[in-house]
Design a protein around this ligand. Structure first.
Ligand code: GCU
Length: 342
């Protein structure tokens, strides 16, 4: 598959909050019965483009679910933050105005601090280990169920965000010292603010959709993300120096409103779980292909890509576990995650 970078026009065209309300109304309001059939169409909020592995795998998940349930359940994926940034869509899933969303682990960390264990640099060695841990009920089962009563949110499972690296408007980041004094965009998370500080930068939390403008206007000097986001969000246009720091293997989660999930009968729920498992598999294999392609495309369009001494970055970040893993449940989860990869 050929991936194209995001055009800023599509985000501007989304029309912000007013646009979201109009869009939801056009889809039949909450409850999600839309389309021609008598089934339920669940809206799924995503902040990625239509070329991103998450969109492709989730669309296929929706089709498989529709087929397996004879049209009783289907999924409409809304890409490009059209239903809002993740902080908002998290809230929408909780109150039931949107049924599902993909959110980064950093968002869930703000609801249950145990999630930060999986947002910790050095937690996952690689994507393979990550997918194994995320699929292991004995490690993540309680964590994923932890928001069901308090927030009405069920965490179904995780997609990889791949390896995150730093990119800048100027100059490569070959060692953590090169980040000194730079304003580095981070996701909305205390851990990731501390991650920026440990690398010598000043962390600036912004939502994903604000990063392009932030880099372009000079509000931030740097951001960190995986190669696919770097290219599909067109960040390479405004921050053309990518340094492969590979400082974090990040995780995205599929979340669903608990009432919606509980209204599936047993067969439908089994079809849902099967469809999701297939989506994770498809996503993981697309990830590898599209990572290589994104790097090639970004380079062909003028980005400069630098290999760096990734160990120097891990070393600088090795202070974080002691500072952040403070409760028994966090340290037990950390030990289980690390133990599963040794
Ligand atoms: C990745 C991740 C998104 C997240 C984004 C970010 O692209 O897949 O879920 O929102 O990083 O940095 O905000």
């Amino acid at each position: 598959m050929t991936i194209r970078p995001f055009t800023r026009r599509s985000l501007l065209g989304a029309g912000g909050v007013a646009g979201t309300a109009a869009l939801l109304a056009a889809c039949g309001g909450s409850g999600g019965t839309s389309g021609g059939g008598s089934g339920t169409t669940m809206r799924l909020a995503l902040n990625q483009t239509e070329d991103h592995p998450s969109f492709v795998a989730l669309e296929n998940f929706g089709e498989a679910l529709d087929e397996a349930t004879d049209g009783a359940w289907s999924i409409d994926v809304y890409p490009n933050e059209t239903l809002g940034a993740q902080q908002e869509t998290l809230q929408m899933v909780s109150n039931g105005s949107v049924e599902m969303s993909i959110v980064s682990g950093t968002q869930l960390e703000n609801l249950n601090e145990d999630f930060l264990v999986l947002n910790m640099p050095g937690g996952f060695d690689d994507i393979e280990g990550q997918i194994r841990v995320l699929g292991d009920e004995s490690i993540v089962g309680d964590l994923f169920a932890s928001l069901e009563e308090s927030q009405n949110i069920a965490v179904i499972g995780g997609f990889t965000q791949g390896e995150r690296s730093v990119y800048t408007t100027q100059g490569p980041i070959l060692t953590p010292d090169d980040l000194s004094g730079q304003s580095l965009r981070v996701q909305e998370s205390d851990l990731h603010l501390a991650m920026a500080a440990a690398l010598g930068a000043t962390g600036t939390p912004l939502s994903y959709g604000e990063v392009y403008t932030g880099l372009n206007s000079g509000v931030i000097d740097a951001a960190e993300n995986n190669e696919i986001s770097y290219y599909t969000q067109a960040h390479h246009e405004v921050a053309p120096t990518l340094s492969l720091t590979r400082h974090l293997v990040g995780t995205d989660y599929l979340i669903i409103n608990t009432d919606t999930l509980n209204s599936m009968d047993d067969d439908q729920r089994a079809a849902f779980d099967e469809g999701w498992a297939a989506a994770v598999e498809e996503h993981t294999s697309l990830w590898e292909e599209q990572t290589a392609e994104a790097l090639e495309n970004a380079e062909a369009e003028g980005a400069e890509i630098n290999e760096v001494d990734a160990d120097a970055f891990q070393e600088a970040l090795s202070v974080l576990p002691e500072e952040f893993l403070t409760s028994e449940s966090q340290t037990a989860l950390w030990d289980a995650v690390r133990g599963a990869q040794s």
